[in-house]
Design a protein around this ligand. Structure first.
Ligand SMILES: CC(C)(COP(=O)(O)OP(=O)(O)OC[C@H]1O[C@@H](n2cnc3c(N)ncnc32)[C@H](O)[C@@H]1OP(=O)(O)O)[C@@H](O)C(=O)NCCC(=O)NCCS
Length: 224
């Protein structure tokens, strides 16, 4: 049995990460290597990769944002600054899930669960209030001629339909908050839609600054 390891993504992982992303989404343009390098540079703690022995088999990429600035309709391109994560804000309270994927041949083996657990751990370690994401709805295209995307999502919540992504996220403890339209135009399976979801950190301590905020303020003080 191969051993599963999770760790922060390193620069030398980028080729394998982008290769796997291409395999996961054959019809969606993959990330550019220099943008992934920029993600790692801006927020190393938020970039997670899963390995079976030394083979990269999944990833979860996040940034920190001030959710109030993004709560209205937005696209994936806007909130991630086209995948550069230049929108990362160390003074925010929200860990934003920009991407998660697992090798197609290894689905259903709890790798997604391990990546989500690690992401929740990042949220707790940094004393952030929550994780928010806009999840794909890849099963929607099979019934899009029969129902609205809102009804589709409700049917997933009711347990009448299983969606490969939203059903997984609900099992991971996320709450569904509504549909984000035109989130990712290239995502034809979801008809461009995404499900806005949130997980609240039960250990969040509002009386303490976030770890990133603290480090950011300290760095600012040193430079003055
Ligand atoms: C969403 C995703 C990351 C989940 O990864 P995963 O490793 O399959 O997740 P897990 O194994 O932890 O959980 C999947 C659930 O489906 C079940 N499952 C069983 N067989 C499965 C199969 N062939 N494929 C997928 N899931 C299966 C698992 O048992 C598990 O249910 P449980 O939590 O009740 O045990 C993965 O499906 C993926 O990479 N999708 C494509 C990329 C994508 O759309 N990402 C979301 C971006 S918003």
């Amino acid at each position: 049995m191969p051993t599963l390891t999770l760790r922060n993504t390193k620069l030398e992982d980028i080729d394998a990460l982008v290769r796997l992303q291409r395999e996961v989404y054959p019809n969606i343009p993959a990330w550019q290597n220099d943008r992934v390098a920029h993600q790692i540079e801006l927020f190393p703690e938020g970039q997670l990769a899963a390995f079976y022995d030394n083979r990269l088999v999944g990833c979860a990429s996040s940034l920190v944002i001030k959710w109030d600035e993004w709560a209205e309709a937005h696209t994936w391109n806007e909130i991630t600054a086209a995948g550069t994560f230049d929108t990362h804000d160390p003074n925010g309270y929200t860990l934003y899930g920009a991407e998660v994927f697992v090798s197609p041949r290894l689905r259903g083996q709890r790798l997604g669960h391990a990546l989500y657990a690690a992401r929740r751990q990042v949220c707790k370690a940094l004393n952030l209030r929550r994780v928010i994401a806009c999840g794909r709805l890849p099963g929607y295209h099979t019934v899009a001629d029969q129902m609205s995307v809102e009804l589709y999502a409700r049917k997933v919540l009711w347990g009448d339909i299983t969606d490969p992504v939203l059903s997984f996220q609900l099992r991971e403890g996320f709450r569904y908050c509504g549909i984000m339209k035109n989130y990712l135009a290239d995502d034809l399976q979801s008809h461009g839609n995404a499900a806005l979801i949130v997980w609240l950190n039960p250990d969040y301590d509002a009386s303490r600054p976030t770890a990133l905020g603290l480090a950011h303020d300290a760095a600012k003080e040193m430079s003055t």
